[in-house]
Design a protein around this ligand. Structure first.
Ligand SMILES: Cc1cc2nc3c(=O)[nH]c(=O)nc-3n(C[C@H](O)[C@H](O)[C@H](O)COP(=O)(O)OP(=O)(O)OC[C@H]3O[C@@H](n4cnc5c(N)ncnc54)[C@H](O)[C@@H]3O)c2cc1C
Length: 606
């Protein structure tokens, strides 16, 4: 039998980003013991990288804003595939969650009269993003971490959960290992919240860090939960393209929110060409109006650079494919032009976008106050994820909850920028609250030794094969998968390519099954990668399968062979689960009718 240490909590949170920390705070406040596990050091979760801001209808900059407008914007952005109840709760509760964060010590940028400043972002009708320069995630994590630690949460750092443990249908624990020493651990709990973030590392070009290997998605799927809308992967229009070592690193939408413009090799603002009729011609007056909008003029029209992310990303791809791109395969994004419009222009840009200034200066030797950046699309966020109850965040498995990027529903076919950080706060809180409630109402379940032994055996297989492995390194398979997903299941998709991707995934699964790793369990990154690879294969298969199922183009899912929206898919979610034979299954499911009061909100906002 495998040797392992056991730790016990009433609520276990897997993931210490914004969602996990907010869940931990809430559960702890409800009086249950809470443990939180994370792959890296506390505070280094993905949330810390968030730049632009948190969307919440505080109405500090434009008093016409309210939850109804935010709800309608979110639904429109998601092409009405969103879970409308989640979108409603999110829009209603986000302002309260942001004010609470401020009360816990977050220092936001301020309006002249001392309220939380809000900035424009694509798809949001009014300036809505509460922010701290372009380091909002850092402030959010710092605040939550401080608050959480003082509440007495136990933190298990640098540990990876590999499997969920079940007692019948109920999830009663998790099996994992500590990354430094490679020792196994069983986490026993009455309720578990998955808050593991996204899947970006399934692709070659991504803004996501090494931790984003779809672990929560895969853990839930293998335990028997459902995944929905996995075809919807958001490709952010602006990532760095040069030098190659930094390709994919995010260039925040905040640059465009502050007045940044996109141009092609010919110096044209190509976004004017691909948008509604009233924008068709680009005149000096249009440009002027866009700039006034970024300066907070309530009556000016939004510049076309602030259309939704899918739209902007596809326009950029079109320019690059047509040979009108920048020297290194992107397009130009210029914020330096605003120097002509604001006093102390260079300082203004550095103050508004400090991280962007340093990022380009240090990584690409480019001064963004003096000239344009080169940018191109990068895999950024997954709208699809674990299916949860809208109010409680519990999956279909008793005792298993999910929140944040690994859960799905709120964003539908596309997420608006800023709606993730608010999602983490709103649904992180809810998941913590209901996980604590579940923990109070249930006793600990039984841990089955056979399950832990099987999990340990599986984890050690790469070592068992070590000496006999067929010469292929784990990084080669990971690289091939990322390259294949980028090429065949990327921004523009089609049937034959996604079919090939599915076959490729099966072949890679076989290759992964033969991989061996050398060395021992201490500090062994090759082993960690081999273990993560299984999750990447699971989420890649789910994305390709769902992409094939949705034979239309909608939101972030664009199919060359079905370039239009199809009314037959307008009210349908794709649902994925693991069949009894272990094969991945998919079905379409109709979205429940929206209640009349919410329908009226959407009608009014049109
Ligand atoms: C560069 C960048 C900028 C962004 N800017 C914005 C923005 O301005 N506004 C906005 O709304 N959104 C933004 N986003 C998106 C947003 O940051 C993320 O969607 C969000 O932070 C996800 O938070 P989370 O709590 O779900 O996951 P994370 O913050 O990624 O946390 C995941 C946690 O799970 C842990 N974990 C994962 N797998 C395991 C495992 N197997 N075992 C144990 N622990 C595990 C990780 O170690 C980590 O602690 C940005 C994203 C990026 C990449």
């Amino acid at each position: 039998m495998a040797e392992y240490e056991t730790v016990q909590h009433e609520v276990l949170i897997i993931g210490a980003g914004g969602a996990g920390l907010r869940a931990a705070i809430e559960a702890s406040a409800a009086g249950v013991s809470v443990g939180i596990v994370c792959k890296s050091l506390l505070g280094k979760a993905h949330t810390v990288m968030a730049e632009g801001g948190i969307a919440a209808a505080l109405a500090n900059v434009d008093d016409r804003d309210n939850w109804r407008v935010h709800f309608a914007d979110t639904m429109r952005g998601g092409q009405y595939l969103n879970n409308w109840r989640m979108a409603e709760l999110h829009a209603k509760e986000a302002p309260q969650r942001v004010r609470e964060l401020e009360a816990w010590g977050a220092v936001f940028d301020r309006t002249k009269d001392g309220r939380i400043l809000q900035r424009n972002f694509g798809g949001h009708r009014y300036p809505r993003l509460a922010h701290v320069g372009d380091r909002t995630g850092l402030e959010m994590i710092r605040t939550l971490q401080d608050h959480g630690v003082h509440q007495g949460i136990d933190v298990h750092m640098e540990q990876t959960v590999l499997t969920l443990l079940k007692d019948g249908e109920r999830v009663v624990g998790a099996f994992g290992y500590d990354r430094e020493r490679g020792r196994f651990k069983v986490y026993r709990a009455k309720a578990i919240v998955l808050a593991t973030g996204g899947i970006g590392r399934a692709y070659k070009i991504t803004s996501n860090s090494w931790e984003y290997t779809g672990d929560g998605h895969a853990l839930a799927y293998h335990a028997g939960a459902e995944l929905i809308d996995m075809e919807f992967v958001q490709f952010h229009p602006t990532g760095m393209v040069w030098p190659p070592s930094v390709r994919g690193i995010l260039v925040t939408e905040g640059v465009r929110g502050e007045g940044g413009i996109l141009t092609n090799q010919e110096g044209r603002r190509f976004m004017f060409e691909d948008i509604p009729e009233n924008y068709k011609t680009q005149t000096a007056a249009d440009e002027e109006e866009g700039w006034r909008y970024c300066q907070g003029d309530k009556n000016a029209r939004r510049p076309p650079e602030l259309l939704t992310r899918d739209h902007v990303a596809r326009s950029i791809v079109r320019e690059i494919k047509a040979g009108r791109g920048s020297p290194h395969g992107g397009v130009f994004l210029d914020i330096s032009w605003i120097k002509a419009r604001v006093a102390n222009g260079e300082d203004h840009i550095k103050r508004k976008l400090p991280s962007m200034y340093h990022q380009f200066k240090q990584l690409a030797d480019i001064d963004i106050t003096k000239g344009p950046m080169e940018v191109g699309p990068t895999t950024h966020y997954v709208m699809g994820g674990i299916r949860v109850d809208s109010d409680t965040q519990m999956s279909r498995l008793p005792g298993l909850f999910a929140a944040g990027e690994c859960a799905a529903g709120i964003n539908g076919a596309n997420r608006l920028g800023g709606n993730s950080l608010s999602d983490l706060l709103v649904f992180g809180k809810r998941s913590g609250e209901f996980a604590a409630k579940f923990a109070k109402e249930n006793v600990l379940g039984a841990i089955d030794d056979q399950q832990t032994a099987a999990a340990a055996r599986e984890a050690l297989e790469p070592f068992d094969r070590g000496a006999n492995a067929q010469g292929e390194g784990v990084y080669r398979v990971q690289h091939d998968l990322q390259e294949m997903m980028q090429g065949l299941v990327g921004i523009v998709r089609q049937e034959e390519e996604m079919q090939r991707a599915l076959q490729g995934i099966q072949q890679m699964r076989e290759r992964a099954g033969k991989l061996g790793v050398m060395g021992n369990r201490e500090f062994n990154p090759g082993w960690h990668t081999a273990l993560d690879l299984k999750n990447l294969l699971t989420v890649s298969e789910a994305i390709a399968l769902a992409g094939l199922e949705r034979k239309e183009s909608r939101g972030a899912h664009f199919r060359e062979d079905y370039p239009d929206k199809d009314p037959a898919f307008a009210t349908v979610n794709t649902v994925i689960w693991r069949g009894d034979d272990g094969a991945m299954q998919i079905r379409q499911e109709s979205i429940p009718q929206m209640p009349d009061d919410l329908k009226r909100v959407i009608e009014e906002m049109k």
